[in-house]
Design a protein around this ligand. Structure first.
Ligand code: DGL
Length: 298
């Protein structure tokens, strides 16, 4: 792995796979002049079905790679599962001078700002839900949160059974959806119907849904359609990028200015570089090239 040649500040972004590219996309939109190094631990995906200990070990290795080998001054943990279960382990794995930001707190902040009924729904991976990190973060802000694990959604997104890009419109309500998208829409509807029924039986009146997994922004159009009209959807990728850029602006003087130049992007993956380049562009909304394969150990 080549040593970085670019000066500080560098923002290291980490995810178990491609989903975190939605966070990188939001970061680039806000701070195009920053330098970014992104690693997707694709060889060990999914994290969402693994134990806390394993997730913490994997996440700490990626964090160290970004700091020690790529010179990251800031770390964005663009994975809800790693943020929910291993944020403290990640902070311990890197020098205290490195600012580490996860996706849970920014997501809960955004839910707090959006909800008027004070009841929110959260969909996430199994491990994130079992940690109850969102419920705790919401409770600390005076919100009641009902969480639901949706383990089938990550594989559907990874398979590309989504609208072809983040901003593609869905087919009109009356028009038949392409079959893969129809399957995804049905799975989403089943999960959300169950969640809404649970909420009703517990006397909750939710007006906000948090996308507690960085893969889910690619499902936003189908999720929107399966919710009662007017439900606000919180994309923790967007909220995190916003918070990270606020942090950058606070730490740096003068604050970064927007430029016309292309952002400096470096991509790393622990498994198939070809798949990362092919699928990654859907998440990032721009071509993903020159992905380097890295071995983080066991
Ligand atoms: N990136 C993970 C998250 O945001 C989902 C994928 C996985 O299970 O590793 O929770």
């Amino acid at each position: 792995v080549t040593q970085p040649s670019f000066p500080s500040p560098t923002i290291g972004v980490f995810d178990s796979g491609f989903g975190g590219l939605t966070v990188l996309r939001a970061l680039i939109a806000r701070a195009p002049q920053a330098r970014y190094a992104f690693i997707g631990d694709t060889a060990r995906l999914p994290y969402g079905s693994k134990s806390r200990r394993t997730i913490a070990r994997y996440a700490a290795q990626s964090a160290r790679f970004l700091v020690e080998e790529q010179g990251a001054d800031y770390l964005v943990i663009a994975c809800n599962t790693a943020s929910a279960l291993a944020l403290d382990d990640i902070k311990e794995a890197v020098p205290s001078s490195v600012s580490v930001i996860g996706v849970i707190e920014p997501g809960a902040d955004a839910a707090h700002a959006a909800s008027t009924t004070r009841d929110v729904l959260v969909i996430a991976t199994d491990a994130t839900v079992r940690s109850h990190a969102y419920a705790a973060a919401c409770q600390a802000r005076g919100l009641r949160a009902l969480e639901k694990a949706c383990p089938l959604l990550v594989p559907l997104v990874e398979e590309g059974w989504v609208t072809s890009t983040l901003n593609d419109p869905l087919p009109a309500q009356a028009a038949p959806a392409p079959r893969p998208l129809a399957v995804t829409a049905e799975v989403v509807r089943i999960y959300l119907d169950e969640l809404l029924a649970d909420a009703a039986s517990q006397g909750l009146n939710p007006d906000t849904l948090v996308l507690g997994c960085t893969h889910y922004p690619l499902l936003k159009p189908v999720i929107e359609r399966a919710l009662p009209p007017g439900t606000k959807i919180i994309d923790s990728a967007e909220s995190t990028a916003h918070q990270q850029v606020m942090l950058l602006c606070r730490d740096l003087a003068p604050p970064p200015q927007a430029t016309e130049t292309d952002p400096v992007l470096r991509f790393f993956a622990t498994d198939s570089v070809e798949k990362f380049e092919r699928l990654g562009s859907r998440f990032l909304g721009r071509p993903v090239g020159n992905v380097q394969l890295v071995d983080l150990g066991g």
